[in-house]
Design a protein around this ligand. Structure first.
Ligand code: SF4
Length: 375
């Protein structure tokens, strides 16, 4: 079997999984079920594992989620990762049950505002070390800590890379070595640039690759391939996740797509630079925070409704919740994010209001028409 030449990153262990140090590239995935629903989440963890996920991530947002995680842990042998979302303080409650903790440096300022970022990271590293957990510094272009955006106005990739480098340096200084880094965005080109710049500075740090909100198939796979092929061919990437918008009973397909991409790169089968111009629909892969089960259907309806505009360079973002929805739609021409009963709609930075799930598509069509006419 052919192998992919890799950068000489150091080895990080997360449970039974070895990341970096020449180990096989691990495919990861994330549950989209409500974490509090122990039955559904345990079943999804197992389904993802059976499809070939080496690590399965679960979002924890509350004490109830943390409590559920204990039960989920007892029901599966999968190596679990917790996504700390916005409440990093839950780390202590969940670390005994998982192999890795993911924190987003851009979310650390939400709690205990008087405590320094350094102290918060030191606390996280201490919790991880005491529980034999790895850490992932998960930087997203769309939610970089404000200080980095201020330091790099108009260059979101530079802001993302600077943030990732600072956190890597901080963990080194704290003597914590079991960490990996990710630099993600919904734009494959930014993912390539961010990871290349980071790897040039820190070739020793294992990288987890992902294109956020890649969206529905088949476009979601194509966008992911565009980024992964370029990076993997240059030896960058020790673990991957493909973030697709799929209903829960098909969630495991993102693991299959991940393995398919790796096999193709290994065999030298590359997609010939596809044209990514024209209508771009990005949509999140959903997670335990999704506010209405109609989210996936909504994303599909948006794609169907807007297909007439495929020749226009317009980006439409469809997000599953009101927590990340407003921020993650900032760069889109039209943005939608789900609430329990309504869908929020905005055009550029302007909020257009909340609409019922049955009426939002009519308003979206009107706005898209007017956007195209104005160009
Ligand atoms: S936008 Fe919300 S529902 Fe979608 S993946 Fe992000 S946190 Fe989860």
């Amino acid at each position: 079997m052919l192998t992919i030449q890799r950068n000489p990153t150091r080895l990080v262990r997360a449970g039974k999984v070895e990341i970096g140090g020449g180990s096989p590239i691990a495919v990861q995935s994330m549950c989209a079920t409500a974490t509090r629903d122990v039955e559904a989440t345990s079943a999804q963890v197992e389904r993802l594992r059976a499809a070939g996920a080496a690590l399965v991530r679960v979002a924890v947002d509350s004490a109830a989620d943390a409590h559920a995680l204990r039960e989920i842990r007892e029901r599966t042998g999968a190596d679990l990762v917790v996504d700390l979302q916005e409440n990093y303080r839950l780390a202590e409650r969940v670390a005994p049950h998982v192999a890795k903790l993911r924190y987003n440096p851009g979310h650390l300022h939400h709690h205990e505002r008087r405590k320094s970022i350094r102290d918060k990271v030191a606390w996280l590293a201490d919790v991880a070390a005491r529980n034999d957990c790895a850490l992932r510094v998960g930087v997203n272009c769309g939610s970089v800590a404000p200080e980095y955006d201020e330091r790099h106005p108009g260059d979101s990739v530079a802001a993302m890379v600077a943030c990732a480098l600072d956190h890597a340096a901080l963990l080194d200084e704290l003597g914590f070595q079991a960490y990996v880094v990710s630099l993600k965005d919904s734009d494959p080109q930014k993912v390539v640039e961010g990871n290349e710049r980071f790897a040039a500075e820190r070739p020793d740090v294992p990288l987890h690759l992902g294109v956020t909100e890649a969206g529905l198939l088949p476009a979601g796979e194509i966008k992911t391939r565009v980024a992964f092929e370029k990076l993997l061919a240059r030896g960058i990437g020790d673990t991957i996740r493909v973030s697709l918008t799929l209903p829960n009973d098909r969630k495991h397909e993102e693991v299959e797509v991940g393995h398919r991409i790796l096999a193709d790169v290994r065999e030298g089968r590359f997609l010939s630079a596809p044209d990514l111009s024209g209508l771009n629909i990005i949509s999140c892969p959903s997670c335990s925070r999704v506010e209405n089960e109609r989210f996936v259907e909504l994303a599909e309806q948006v794609r169907e409704l807007t297909s007439y505009a495929e020749g226009h360079d317009v980006t439409i973002a469809v997000m599953g919740c009101r927590v990340n929805g407003p921020g993650e739609t900032d760069d889109a021409d039209l943005g939608l994010w789900c609430g329990p009963r309504h869908v929020n709609l905005k055009r550029g930075a302007t909020a257009l209001g909340q609409f019922g799930y049955d009426e939002v598509l009519t308003v979206l069509r009107r706005e898209l028409d007017s956007l195209i006419a104005a160009r």
